[in-house]
Design a protein around this ligand. Structure first.
Ligand SMILES: Cc1cc2nc3c(=O)[nH]c(=O)nc-3n(C[C@H](O)[C@H](O)[C@H](O)COP(=O)(O)OP(=O)(O)OC[C@H]3O[C@@H](n4cnc5c(N)ncnc54)[C@H](O)[C@@H]3O)c2cc1C
Length: 271
């Protein structure tokens, strides 16, 4: 007998809710039974199609402000419901963090970019997605419904994420190399103040169960970065927790490629 593993016919009945505030969304989530937030729905609907039952689906698109992209004191705030397309097209991001706007059109395909949100991308918890390593490389934190900020390096926040906050965007550069997908992706964030490079944050995706970020605190004049590229890249590769060995690549290949890609970016013309 042929069994359909993923089909809309597998979706069990549930009730759909469209709260108009964060408080209402949290109240629905707290009710007895199982529930999930729905952003663009790409991953969640897929998950339901595999037959996972849910009592309530809580849409987030009725909550005002969740998709806003705004400048705050010394920070860029990207609402969790901002789509990939909105991030790439945002005049504000183009102005304060142009590298992010320039890199984001490479994520996914047009259909996904206009539907998928940054919050759903991160909270889906998939090692292959780009949202988390990009935000890690930028030193971003997640803002949760209580208003607290949760760093992303160790684990994903729990509950309702309302936004991501990127500190001091004017000091940041962001670079990415996704050419070795699906073995690994590499996102490199560089913080520079008054001509001195203060830190490098290298976030590696697809090589561990969850993206991993290596931070190098530095105090290096910008012109010294390129001559130090090989040494810095070797340091990053040494500090990287053991990558996975799987059908896509071996651990030692991944570690070596993290060194190669980091060096290539740091020695390149665009840094
Ligand atoms: C063909 C294809 C190609 C793709 N290519 C790429 C790619 O190159 N790079 C990449 O990064 N991604 C890629 N993706 C993944 C895509 O970007 C994600 O599926 C999308 O971002 C998920 O967002 P969503 O809004 O649809 O999330 P949803 O499916 O709505 O939600 C995903 C999960 O997050 C939870 N959630 C959503 N929002 C919140 C919130 N605010 N707070 C708490 N929990 C929340 C949901 O409950 C659910 O568990 C691809 C997807 C497809 C189908």
């Amino acid at each position: 007998m042929l069994v359909a593993l993923r089909s809309r016919r597998q979706i069990a009945p549930f009730t759909m809710h469209r709260p108009a505030s964060v408080a209402d969304a949290l109240a629905l989530r707290a009710e007895p039974g199982t529930s999930a937030f729905l952003a663009g729905g790409i991953d969640l609907i897929d998950w339901l199609k595999y037959g996972h039952p849910l009592d309530r689906v809580i849409r987030l698109d009725g909550i005002p402000g969740l998709a806003d992209i705004a400048a705050e004191a010394n920070a860029l705030r990207i609402g969790a419901m901002a789509t990939h397309a909105a991030i790439a097209a945002s005049p504000l991001i183009r102005d304060v963090l142009p590298d992010l706007a320039a890199l984001w059109p490479a994520v996914a395909n047009p259909r996904v970019r206009f539907t998928g949100t940054i919050g759903g991308n991160v909270m889906a918890g998939k090692a292959d997605y780009d949202g988390l390593p990009a935000l890690m490389a930028l030193g971003a934190a997640a803002e949760v419904a209580s208003g607290a900020y949760i760093g992303l390096d160790a684990r994903n926040p729990e509950g309702l994420v309302t936004a991501f906050r990127i500190p001091e965007p004017a000091t940041l550069r962001l670079f990415a190399d996704r050419s070795l997908r699906p073995a690994l992706t590499l996102w490199l964030g560089l913080s520079e103040v008054n001509g001195q490079v203060r830190s490098l944050r290298i976030a590696v995706g697809m090589a561990h169960p969850r993206p991993v970020c290596v931070t190098l605190p530095l105090d290096l004049p910008r012109p010294s970065l390129r001559p130090a590229a090989a040494e810095l890249a070797a340091d990053v590769a040494r500090r990287l927790p053991d990558p996975a060995s799987d059908g896509r690549a071996g651990a030692s290949y991944r570690r070596r490629m993290v060194e190669v890609l980091t060096r290539r970016i740091l020695a390149g013309d665009s840094v």
